[in-house]
Design a protein around this ligand. Structure first.
Ligand code: NAD
Length: 366
């Protein structure tokens, strides 16, 4: 009997459903004739779920996610729901709880800019003649975003507020493992980013990371950078990095800096990975494009589906253990773009194609 790869599809709002349909068409074609079957349930999330069920993450969406081995996510949010209180709005009430509920502590975001797309980057072409190919690994469920918070009405006569940054050794080691595994699939180079000259959490981070790599991955070349220097180096010469690995807040900022040096949001995918194994013995994960619901172009059929397609490829790699299918999809996207089949966001003088035409071009090159 064939194995079943079970995932939940959450297209969400805006361009989400359009790029999701394109990604599913590519995924199904890429998996044709293989020794497994794809099985997925499609559910509303975010604004679409508020409209259909009255809440952004209803039980009818959460339950199929819990029963699946992965989640393929589109994007949520848009002007229609902005009048709602902040804690009920699509991103805060759907995406953040999903990360928390499924303990998705590791965010893996490839920063890939094909040499043919260097025009899309704000960096000078001569700095990135061969494009960019790096990965950012960000700790996603610890640090200052999740530490104790407090607002004081009066403290020494003034209003004040504080956030707490805390990391435990185990939290650092489990994200170090994701960075190490990523580096082992690439060029065995990791740059760990902290602020160990100022922060106690960073002192612990640096010590733990150094010991972890020395003990478990001596073949990996490990380097440490302070976050201020890392931000500068990323803008100066991104390709000096291969795997950048850091804590939650530093990763939030650096991964967005990386996204901008890599050009269009429409090309960048990401994986948020959990602990332990799914029913297939691989990682449970949520896979989504780096961009949002793009209300300015939603419904026009012109969004770039590549980020969603590449997110589906990451799902094949991390949650289903099929690196070969992931590579097949990634190569087809690269070929299509390099053959100048491009949506408007990356057209640069080429005649822009529609979302469906872009997906067709990828399918033709699988
Ligand atoms: P956005 O990422 O949706 O759009 C920014 C710009 O990038 C827009 O001009 C958009 O047209 C373009 N863009 C994004 N993805 C594209 C694609 N695939 N193809 C072509 N162009 C693309 O950011 P925003 O406008 O700040 O946010 C819009 C909504 O999305 C907001 O409600 C925001 O909260 C939400 N959002 C959701 C997520 C998520 O679901 N993970 C992430 C970011 C923003």
């Amino acid at each position: 009997m064939k194995k079943t790869f079970k995932f939940t599809v959450l297209p969400g709002d805006g361009i989400g459903p359009e790029v999701m349909d394109a990604a599913l068409d590519v995924l199904k074609k890429a998996c044709e004739g293989e020794d497994f079957e794809l099985s997925y349930t499609r559910c509303d999330v975010g604004g679409a779920a508020i409209d259909s069920c009255g809440e952004a993450l209803p039980k009818s969406t959460l339950e199929p996610c819990a029963a699946a081995d992965a989640i393929l996510f589109g994007s949520v949010g848009g002007p229609k729901w902005e009048h709602l209180p902040a804690n009920l709005q699509p991103e805060r009430a759907a995406l953040l709880p999903l990360r928390k509920i499924f303990k998705l502590f590791a965010n893996v975001r490839p920063g890939l800019l094909y040499p043919q797309l260097t025009d899309a980057s704000p960096l000078k072409k001569e700095r990135i003649p061969n494009g960019i190919d790096i990965v950012c690994i960000r700790e996603l469920t610890g640090g200052i975003y999740f530490g104790e918070k407090k607002t004081f009405k009066t403290l020494e006569g003034e209003t004040a507020a504080c956030d707490t940054m805390m990391y435990k050794v185990g939290e650092i080691e489990r994200i170090a493992e994701v960075a190490a595994q990523t580096a082992m699939r690439r060029s065995k180079k990791v740059c760990s980013v902290d602020k160990a000259n100022v922060l106690e959490t960073s002192v612990l981070w640096r010590k733990t990371v150094s010991e972890f790599f020395a003990k478990n991955y001596p073949e990996i070349e490990l380097k440490h950078l302070y976050v201020d220097n890392a931000a500068m180096q990323l803008a100066r010469d991104p390709n000096q990095f291969d795997v950048i690995f850091t804590e939650n807040m530093f990763g939030d900022i650096l991964s967005d800096e990386m996204a901008v040096v890599c050009g269009s949001l429409g090309m960048l995918c990401s994986a948020s990975l959990g602990d332990g194994s799914n029913s297939l013995g691989f990682k449970f994960g949520l896979y989504e494009p780096a961009g949002g619901s793009a209300p300015d172009i939603a419904g026009k059929g012109i969004a770039n589906p590549c980020a969603q397609i590449l997110s589906a490829a990451m799902m094949m790699r991390y949650s289903f253990g099929r690196d070969d299918i992931a590579v097949k999809i990634e190569s087809a996207v690269r070929k299509a773009v390099c053959d100048n089949v491009r949506t408007g966001d990356i057209a640069f003088g080429n005649k822009p194609v529609s979302t469906k035409e872009m997906a067709r071009a990828v399918i033709d090159r699988l």
